[in-house]
Design a protein around this ligand. Structure first.
Ligand code: SF4
Length: 370
């Protein structure tokens, strides 16, 4: 761990970085409070507090879902030297933990295609001390890895599953095997991982399956979550009929959820709001209403890409390379300053419905970590 000030920080002045807590507190991003370790917690100029890190570990995937990745993959996939090493990723997560992050989600691409992913999870757990470690996965390799991941500290998986029809599943994922994913879900349950389903609702493709997916998930004790299609990257090329607002999806669930409860949805720890089953069983359905009812005002997440770029917002291409700073010898204090500074420029929302702003259409989901 070096201590010299990297070239990229020289523009900050003769000190290069804030030399004390007081200086950091009065900096542009104005952290509101300090954690027990004495580091300023991550907040932005709008008062949003950041506690959730989405850590992408690869930009590659063994599927190419129609709303996520172009057929044949992205043009800009990282080559190995560009990826954060396990040691670099673990060091950065440990730093984020000191800044108030208490939940880390491993994402991709598909995180389970990163070689030795179990070792990375173990290293992050040990080095950062973060206990809430979860993963978003397409599930195709879960049957081989679920138990090992659970043993090293992973606590839950969100598995993407948009259809229970093998043909439609292959169409949406461009070749994925439904049987492998279902086997993976059962392996995750067997390994005592908390399992949630992520379902991207696609008008004219899988919306007729909404009720079936809920019944199937509930039969296994799994909470299903419907995600509104967002106009990011590949998804921005889909026709308008593919987009379904959450209220339309909810209406497809019939009496499984009480309509009057829809307005009383409860927030989860992430972006989903949950509506309870009308039978009083306590079962839930989640809705991630990123387009019809944006939740940016309560955003609590930051993203670190597989290349080590800090992305303050999913909808923006703005990035700060923590990898470059780290490889130039930045100290933790210098890295912390860069992280605070990046959040200081974060916009209030995603502008998905703006006619003037289309930056989000250039954001490849698999490159950023979804
Ligand atoms: S679009 Fe940006 S600001 Fe809105 S919730 Fe997502 S990351 Fe946060």
């Amino acid at each position: 761990m070096g201590t010299s000030v990297p070239r990229r920080l020289a523009v900050l002045g003769s000190h290069g970085i804030p030399a004390s807590r007081d200086e950091l507190a009065s900096a542009a991003s104005a952290p509101a409070a300090f954690g027990s370790s004495g580091w300023p917690r991550l907040t932005d100029t709008l008062g949003r507090r950041y506690t959730y890190l989405r850590l992408s570990v690869t930009d590659r995937c063994d599927f190419a879902c129609v709303y996520c990745m172009p057929p044949g993959g992205e043009a800009e996939h990282a080559v190995r030297p560009e990826l954060l090493s396990f040691e670099e990723a673990a060091r950065l997560v440990a730093l984020f933990a000191q800044l108030g992050i208490d939940r880390v989600r491993f994402t991709g691409g598909e995180p389970l295609v990163r070689r030795d992913i179990v070792r990375l999870v173990e290293l992050v757990r040990r080095q950062s001390g973060v206990e809430r470690l979860v993963m978003t996965t397409n599930g195709s390799r879960l049957s081989e890895l679920a138990h090992a991941l659970s043993e090293v500290g992973l606590t839950g998986v969100n598995v993407s599953l948009d259809s229970l029809d093998a043909g439609r599943f292959a169409e949406i994922t461009r070749g994925g095997s439904l049987a492998r994913v279902l086997a993976g879900i059962h392996a995750a349950l067997d390994a005592q991982l908390e399992v949630k389903l992520n379902i991207v609702a696609l008008g004219g493709l899988n919306d007729g399956e909404a009720a079936r997916l809920v019944d199937w998930a509930w039969s296994l004790g799994i909470t299903p979550r419907f995600i509104e299609l967002m106009p990011l990257g590949e998804a921005s090329n889909l026709s308008a009929e593919r987009f379904l607002p959450w209220a339309t999806i909810a209406s497809r669930l019939g009496k499984r959820i009480a309509p009057e409860q829809a307005g009383a949805a409860v927030a989860g720890q992430g972006p989903a709001n949950y509506v309870f089953a009308s039978d009083g069983s306590g079962r839930k359905v989640g809705f991630i209403t990123a387009v019809s009812s944006e939740f940016c005002g309560s955003c609590n997440r930051v993203r670190l890409t597989a290349r080590g770029d800090l992305r303050a917002c999913l909808a923006s291409r703005g990035a700060v390379s923590l990898r470059d700073a780290l490889r130039e010898g930045a100290s933790d204090r210098e890295l912390a300053w860069q992280i605070h500074r990046a959040l200081g420029t974060k916009l209030p929302g995603h502008f998905f419905t703006s006619a003037e702003v289309d930056e989000h259409e250039q954001v490849g989901m698999s490159l950023v970590g979804g």
